[in-house]
Design a protein around this ligand. Structure first.
Ligand code: PGA
Ligand code: MG
Length: 229
């Protein structure tokens, strides 16, 4: 599918956007919260370069990865498993303080959202980020006015790469499979869109667990959302 076809003036009717790594570079705040949690548990900090690669499957798995020190965290070590509830609770407290502090909206995002809004496109955020952190981050970054709703990591019982959060947002927007597009930065987004039967735009500048996004089968892969205009 050509980029022109994806974003011609009357299409899409609805667009679903991933948050972390697609709209906002939130990794510095997430890394600060992870490192605060690790330090409080008497461990060494993980650092931004590692934490960037651990974002995208929600806070619980982010904390499991931090305790394991690697992206492929499973199966959790028994001692890490026992530590996980406390670690998660420390992370939540810390991230509640740090959320949005160093977060930056990626280049091209506002231009793309302005263009879509001007063309009557209805928009939602579909993120694995815990619900309580989503609205504050959207408010702080100036992104909130563009979106009619968000589906967060605990809005439903399942998260991306399950297609349900995308389908839920699509239905709430009153849109359909043929007129909705998903935009994301990771395999969780591309796989969810594919399972939903929805076209997907992937951005190269995001996190994607440290891997290239090019070979996942997204309908378009871009370096900036301005390429869609
Ligand atoms: O993993 C997270 O917490 C958030 O990730 P997402 O916004 O990229 O879905
Ligand atoms: Mg993401």
């Amino acid at each position: 599918m050509s980029l022109k076809g994806l974003f011609n003036p009357r299409w899409p009717a609805a667009a679903l956007f991933d948050l972390d790594g697609t709209l906002v570079d939130s990794a510095p705040d997430l890394a600060a919260a992870v490192d605060d949690m690790l330090t409080k548990l008497g461990r060494s900090p993980a650092g931004l370069a590692n934490v960037r690669n651990w974002v995208g499957n929600g806070a619980s798995i982010l904390v499991r990865r931090a305790l394991a020190g690697k992206t492929d965290w499973e199966p959790a070590l028994p001692k890490d498993d026992a530590l996980h509830p406390d670690a998660l609770s420390i992370f939540y407290q810390s991230y509640a303080e740090l959320n949005g502090r160093h977060a930056v909206v990626f280049e091209g995002v506002f231009e793309c959202l302005d263009h879509l809004k001007a063309n009557g496109c209805r928009m939602a955020v579909v993120t694995n980020k815990p619900d309580q952190f989503v609205a504050p981050l959207l408010e702080q970054t100036g992104l909130a006015p563009y979106f009619e709703l968000f589906v967060g990591g605990d809005t439903l019982d399942v998260k991306k790469p399950d297609p349900a959060p995308l389908l839920h947002a699509m239905e709430k927007l009153g849109s359909t499979i043929g007129t909705t597009v998903m935009v994301g930065d990771s395999a969780a987004d591309v796989n969810a869109a594919q399972k939903a039967g929805m076209p997907c735009v992937a951005v190269r500048y995001g996190y994607n667990f440290g891997a290239s996004i090019d070979s996942l089968g997204a309908d378009a892969v871009v370096d900036s959302l301005t390429e869609l205009l």
